[in-house]
Write a protein that binds this ligand. Structure first.
Ligand code: ATP
Ligand code: MG
Length: 236
């Protein structure tokens, strides 16, 4: 089967000469459909740089990236915009919800570019909100929701286009432990339903929930291992 992610020798160099920073140095890995991968590493190790490339928000200096078998470096800007909108669901540390706009309207937003009828957009957004357990909060605006709920709305929005990949950069960075658990249990459920998830985090207990842990140091992968994931957390 074609891997969802196939990354080979990715190198990203910022600046040049004295100011040159090798943010990623020959990073290679593959991830199959349904994998739940955590990427960890201290500040400056290259996590966000990797996330930006995986999300087609930035391009590597060298190396190749195949998303679902497609070499993204060969796509035009318009095709890339489509890939970002339809094939990848993004979740960021800041929830990035539109204020004074209902949860369901926030979740519908990525569908606005699909030329879809309003009723169908609404139906899909409600389905997505239901996946994160918030169908009963559809008409609430962001400031009427808890932090964990706001992030779950952001997850619903990321899922509404049925992307091949859910990419999350520090999704629990702004959340307390209760809200972190709310969001992580949504990720557990999504992964159990077959979603491919890549989560970037500083927090060991967040990384422990994934099935596979990739550790970055100075732009290189220093370890890539399978772990017993969420099943191990209660056992410890
Ligand atoms: N636009 C840029 N120009 C120059 N250097 C950059 C740029 N973006 C990142 N860097 C450098 O690349 C390296 C990797 O940065 P990156 O943001 O990927 O780290 P990170 O692992 O996400 O860190 P954090 O945990 O603090 O978010 C760092 O040394 C950083 O200073
Ligand atoms: Mg970062």
């Amino acid at each position: 089967m074609t891997p969802v992610l196939d990354v080979r020798d990715l190198t990203k160099i910022y600046g040049d000469g004295d100011t040159e920073v090798r943010a990623l140095d020959s990073v290679s890995f593959q991830a199959e459909r349904g994998e739940y991968v955590a990427v960890m590493g201290r500040s400056g190790s290259g996590k966000s740089t990797l996330m930006n490339i995986l999300g087609c928000l930035d391009v590597p200096t060298s190396g190749t990236y195949l998303l679902d078998g497609v070499d993204v470096s060969r796509l035009t800007d318009a095709q890339l915009a489509l890939v970002r909108n339809r094939r990848i669901g993004f979740v960021f540390q800041a929830f990035n919800l539109i204020p004074r706009t209902s949860a369901v309207a926030n979740v519908e937003l990525p569908l606005a570019y699909h030329g879809m009828k309003a009723a169908e957009r609404h139906r899909r957004a409600m389905f997505s909100l239901d996946l994160v357990g918030l169908a009963d909060r559809a008409d609430h605006e962001p400031n009427q929701l808890s932090g964990g709920q706001q992030q779950r709305v952001a997850v619903a929005r990321a899922l509404v286009t049925e992307p091949a990949l859910l990419l999350a950069d520090e999704p629990t960075g702004n959340l307390d432990s209760h809200a972190t658990e709310e969001v992580l249990s949504v990720f557990d459920d999504l992964n159990a339903a077959g979603r491919t998830i890549v989560i970037i985090t500083h927090e060991p207990e967040v990384g422990a929930r994934a099935d596979r842990l990739i550790k970055l140091l100075d732009g290189r992968i220093v370890s890539d291992s399978w772990q017993s994931g969420r099943h191990a957390v209660g056992a410890q």
